[in-house]
Design a protein around this ligand. Structure first.
Ligand SMILES: C[S@@+](CC[C@H](N)C(=O)[O-])C[C@H]1O[C@@H](n2cnc3c(N)ncnc32)[C@H](O)[C@@H]1O
Length: 218
């Protein structure tokens, strides 16, 4: 979740774009309120809208999400994916994973969306592909490693999305202006952004939410 409503865009532009988002259903609205009340970092609604559109275009058979939290993104991915598709999402915190499973069940997606309780790196190392669409939304320092582990498992033309790749604007600042504790995250994201916008990936960084990378791999 971005920290400011106009983290990238000017305020009036962000407000206008919010009016263009399709009406979201009551469960997603409830989840947004739950996340705000319990300080859970779920995806922004505009990022959810992007996920939904890209999944509808790619029509993946297997979707992988890294970082489930309460299942907001997983439900969006599961709803947009074809009926025969499978969404597998990984969350390290068992209590948070249980909350996600409950929301996924309420969404009627329990048969389609699997919430795995595991560490993201071990999960990706053991994952069987081919993965048609991946959404990375977890430990920012580890994004380059996620890409290394996922790369060999991606199907031709697979899509990779990653959230928070501008990290509150810090990724674009000189190191001297980045707080010390943020430097490892910023370094990881800069490296990820370099890789996802270079061959064999064809990617772009979209200035929505906290910055979203959207790429395909040939
Ligand atoms: C930004 S949230 C995910 C939001 C979710 N993708 C969405 O769309 O709403 C990141 C989640 O990753 C989880 N996480 C942190 N470290 C992890 C790890 N090493 N392995 C798996 N999950 C982890 C956190 O507990 C948190 O719930």
């Amino acid at each position: 979740m971005k920290d400011a409503p106009d983290a990238i865009l000017r305020g009036e532009q962000a407000a206008y774009l919010d009016t263009t988002l399709a009406a979201r259903d009551p469960l997603l609205t409830e989840m947004e309120a739950y996340a705000a009340a319990h300080d859970h970092p779920i995806s922004d609604p505009e990022v959810a809208a992007l996920l939904s559109a890209v999944v509808a275009m790619r029509r993946p058979s297997l979707v992988v999400e890294v970082g489930t939290n309460i299942g907001y993104g997983a439900i969006v991915l599961g709803r947009a994916a074809p009926a025969s598709a499978r969404v597998v999402t990984v969350e390290k915190n068992p209590a948070t994973a249980d909350v996600a499973r409950a929301f996924v069940a309420r969404a009627g997606l329990a048969a389609k969306v699997e919430v795995v309780t595991d560490d993201a790196l071990g999960f990706l190392a053991a994952l069987a592909g081919p993965v048609d669409l991946a959404y990375l939304d977890c430990i920012k320092e580890d994004y380059p490693r996620y890409l290394e582990l996922l790369g060999p498992k991606l199907s031709p033309g697979a899509v990779v999305l990653a959230d928070n790749v501008l990290w509150k604007g810090l990724v674009a600042k000189p190191d001297a202006e980045v707080p010390d504790k943020e430097l490892p995250r910023v370094a990881g994201l800069r490296e990820f952004n370099r890789r996802i916008t270079s061959a064999p990936y064809a990617g772009v960084i979209l200035p929505i939410g906290d910055g979203v990378a959207l790429a395909t791999r040939s």
